[in-house]
Design a protein around this ligand. Structure first.
Ligand code: NAD
Length: 249
């Protein structure tokens, strides 16, 4: 399949997990991939593997994000796809009663403010092109009371979904599609680290997945490639759920 032939695709958090699998999938479908990550070793290795470019960038810092998208357009002439995916998860379950303001602000800055910034600086280029596809990584927790007790994380993902819907509607007549990806639990370093600390937690999570397993990153990447491609030409402002049945149960 070469649905993304010659499309310029930015993948944030492309050094690991869902972002890495998507960078691979985008490249396999013909895209020129720009891997963006805070971690220079992982990001550079991913870019090398997919024959793409690596840009070290903290996606929660406004100037860096502005330079990221302007630089991509300077070097490649356009930006067709922005997969705004970088994110963090707090190491422990935390209720609102124990979540400190620092932790709240940090998680929301990396997970939600980063998506605001990436959309803000990708959109003017896409407007000029009259075409573009933005995919923002939310989570199934944006759609339900997941009882994961990660209150800052859940709120940040709810914000990503609400912002995505608003942008999808605002830019629908300009040829720009904006969709949210809502994965269930995916077997990535982010989740593996959480569960290594607390194996019981993995078992508790699995109970809620009708398919009885966690997703592989490649299963999420396949959905992102679909959203990025013209196969999803009538999809915008949507929550695209890939969760093994959790939210349907
Ligand atoms: P991961 O930890 O494997 O990868 C995240 C990548 O983002 C890392 O390479 C990290 O260096 C990078 N990153 C973190 N902060 C950054 C910043 N400020 N600037 C640039 N890069 C930064 O995680 P993952 O599981 O692949 O998660 C990717 C996204 O998917 C996240 O938004 C996460 O919330 C979301 N998600 C994950 C799951 C899951 O179960 N793994 C489920 C639903 C949603």
């Amino acid at each position: 399949m070469d649905r993304l032939r010659d499309r310029v695709a930015v993948v944030t958090g492309g050094g690991s997990g869902i972002g890495l699998a998507t960078a691979r999938r985008f490249a396999a479908e013909g895209a020129k991939v720009v891997v963006v990550d805070l971690n220079p070793d992982a990001g550079a290795a991913a870019a090398k593997e997919v024959g793409g470019e690596f840009v070290a960038c903290d996606v929660s810092a406004e100037q860096s994000v502005a330079e990221l998208f302007d630089g991509v357009v300077d070097r490649h002439g356009r930006v067709d796809i922005a997969f705004n995916n970088a994110g963090i998860s707090p190491p422990d379950d935390d209720s609102i009663l124990t979540t400190g303001l620092d932790a709240w602000e940090r998680v929301n800055r990396v997970n939600l403010t980063s998506v605001y910034l990436c959309c803000k600086y990708a959109l003017p280029h896409m407007q000029r092109q009259g075409k573009g596809s933005i995919i923002n990584t939310a989570s199934f927790v944006a759609l339900m009371g997941a009882a994961t007790s990660q209150i800052a994380y859940t709120a940040s993902k709810g914000g990503v979904l609400a912002m995505t819907r608003e942008l999808g509607v605002q830019f629908a007549r300009e040829g720009i599609r904006v969709n949210a990806l809502c994965p269930g639990p995916v077997s990535t370093p982010l989740l593996q680290e959480l569960f290594a600390k607390d194996p019981e937690r993995a078992a508790r999570r699995l109970v809620h997945v009708p398919m009885g397993r966690f997703a592989e990153p490649e299963e999420i990447a396949a959905a992102v490639a679909f959203l990025a491609s013209d196969d999803a030409s009538f999809m915008t402002a949507s929550a695209f759920v890939v969760d093994g049945g959790i939210t349907g149960a």
